[in-house]
Design a protein around this ligand. Structure first.
Ligand SMILES: [Zn+2]
Ligand SMILES: [Zn+2]
Length: 307
């Protein structure tokens, strides 16, 4: 179980690794050599002294294992041309790459960082048949995660991210259409968060970052990522912080997080989303919902509250 999260301001490192976030390309594919390595680094930095320290350290170990798993993947396959997002899990048949990634993650992960439920889940997954693993993957990709499966799903989600991120990196960004959509142009998944970087206009561009394949795509600012409404958008933030806000939509009662990298330079969307679960708790109490970060699916309440 993930603790409810801190409501206090997060600490902001002073170094500047804004790097590729400053670019304003319509679609930016993941950089395989660095995507998981940077995320693991950021999680480790965020974990220290954080109210969710144990959880963030566990995810840091998981992401470090994702980085190692990338190196051992079989050649894999890419789907052919298709209307819509080419890597949409609903239409793109997955090969066994993700199970190879899962085996490597389970083997390589630093078990010292794992709490008891995660250790039990690891043992259970090692002993699971390919059919059982595929069924778990179907549940995760279908957004149908049960609370009792949360520990196993963290590993399954991590392995699927590795496979999808690898596939996304092989795509041609110029062939992907961000289409003013709140869903990933590469795989159709929801974003984990948005990042606003200076440049382009006085206010900067927003890129949404995919929760599954780590592709980033440009999306209009102050527009609901769930329903596209630009009416009745309002923001919530922690008192005393300006680098993170929840963009809340009265039309659909959805929200998404927006990180402003002009004021906090070392940010990684998935890591910083996990380190700010306290904001999810706050806006959740006001009746707003979102698709949860993949690593808290089955733990945080689902958008329809049926969990
Ligand atoms: Zn994606
Ligand atoms: Zn909306």
């Amino acid at each position: 179980m993930v603790p409810p999260g801190s409501r206090q301001a997060l600490s902001i490192p002073s170094d500047n690794t804004v790097g590729s976030f400053a670019e304003s390309d319509p679609v930016r594919l993941p950089d395989l050599p660095t995507v998981f390595a940077k995320r693991a680094e950021r999680l480790k930095a965020l974990a220290s002294g954080h109210e969710l320290e144990g959880f963030l350290k566990m995810i840091a170990a998981l992401v470090a294992a994702q980085h190692e798993a990338l190196a051992g993947l079989p050649a894999g396959t890419l789907p052919g041309p298709t209307p819509g997002a080419p890597l949409d899990p609903a239409t793109c048949r997955r090969d066994e790459s993700w199970r190879v990634a899962l085996a490597r993650i389970l083997e390589r992960i630093d078990v010292a960082a794992l709490p008891e439920p995660a250790l039990r889940a690891r043992t259970a997954l090692v002993a699971s048949s390919p059919d059982d693993l595929e069924a778990l993957a179907d549940r995760f990709l279908g957004g149908d995660v049960k609370p009792g499966q949360a520990a196993e799903m963290v590993f399954v989600a991590a392995a699927l991210q590795v496979a999808w991120t690898r596939m996304a990196a092989l795509l041609d960004a110029s062939e992907l259409d961000p289409a003013d959509s709140g869903q990933c142009p590469a795989c159709g998944s929801p974003p984990v968060a948005g990042m606003v970087a200076p440049g382009g206009t006085k206010f900067g561009h927003r890129h949404l970052h995919c929760s599954l394949c780590a592709t980033a795509w440009r999306y209009v600012r102050t527009r609901c990522v769930h329903c596209g409404s630009t009416d009745k958008i309002s923001f919530r933030q922690f008192a005393g912080t300006s680098y993170l806000r929840a963009e809340c939509c009265e039309a659909c009662k959805g929200y998404s997080k927006v990180f402003y990298i002009e004021s906090a330079r070392t940010l990684e969307p998935l890591a910083d989303d996990l380190a700010s679960l306290g904001l999810d708790v706050l806006v959740g109490e006001e009746g707003f919902s979102r698709v949860a970060n993949p690593f808290v699916l089955g733990v945080m309440a689902e958008p329809d509250g049926n969990n």
